[in-house]
Ligand binder design. Structure first.
Ligand SMILES: N[C@@H](CCC(=O)N[C@@H](CS)C(=O)NCC(=O)O)C(=O)O
Length: 232
């Protein structure tokens, strides 16, 4: 058995954990859940992922399995245990955690809503305007930060960058006209060029293909549940 099992799909919150596992050279298996079909709501999965979402990481190394949910918590847990990608001293760590929290609470949830209201509905109203404007504001905050520091956490590549990179990758696909900022693009390309990022993208490519296939064949009821328009 591998040291870790990562439950996931081909989404940004899962990719951020894969980036770290690959950077660490960790021994892991990726178990892909059919989230369109609702596997994340199975009681067996809910026992390790109480929020019914991926990613969930199970650490098998200690003998008894230890499950961690929430992508930011997984990144912090691994970075602490391996002593890597978490800033140097307490001040450095504080900066990394600030930008990690910025991603988890802002550039993540808001980007997700902006994509949803631009592409999952034909409604052109209040929600679309609100989340698109907030997405643009957050992209501005990111560009400003990357104009003053090489990496989000300061001088070194950290879990804050790993948390944000897959979201910028997704935003570039959905809103190509809004992601031309040269500073953010330079940061994006530096991360894309890392061998661990290349390996992550190789792992995720077939998963993305399967996710798209499932989405194309989803029933209306499955889509309603997946998009949170109906109870799970
Ligand atoms: N805050 C959570 C969000 C997790 C999340 O939204 N996961 C999505 C995929 S990126 C998911 O599981 N969606 C299926 C669902 O909501 O039923 C984290 O960062 O881990």
């Amino acid at each position: 058995m591998a040291d870790y099992t990562l439950y996931g799909m081909g989404s940004p919150n899962v990719i951020k954990v894969l980036l770290l596992l690959e950077e660490l050279g960790a021994d892991y298996d990726l178990k892909v859940l059919d989230v369109i079909g609702g596997q994340q709501h199975d009681p067996a999965f809910r026992a390790i992922g109480p929020n019914g979402k991926v990613p969930v990481l199970v650490d098998h190394r200690a003998g008894s399995d230890r499950a961690i949910f929430e992508s930011g918590a997984i990144l912090l847990d691994l970075a602490e245990r391996y002593g890597r990608f978490l800033g140097g001293d307490a001040d450095g760590k504080s900066v990394v955690v600030q930008w990690l929290m910025f991603q988890m609470s802002g550039a993540g949830p808001i980007f997700g809503q902006a994509i949803h209201f631009n592409f999952a509905t034909k409604e052109d109203g209040y929600a679309k305007a609100r989340f698109t404007a907030e997405m643009d504001r957050l992209l501005g905050v990111i560009a400003t930060r990357l104009g003053e520091a090489a990496w989000l956490g300061g001088e070194a590549y950290s879990i804050a960058d790993m948390a944000l990179w897959p979201w910028i990758r997704t935003i570039r696909k959905f809103f190509p006209d809004r992601t031309q900022d040269p500073v953010t693009s330079d940061w994006f390309d530096r991360i894309a060029a890392r061998p661990a990022t290349g390996r992550t993208l190789e792992v995720i490519q077939p998963v993305n293909r399967d996710d798209s296939q499932r989405m194309r064949h989803a029933t209306q009821a499955e889509l309603n549940r997946y998009f949170g328009r109906a109870p799970a």
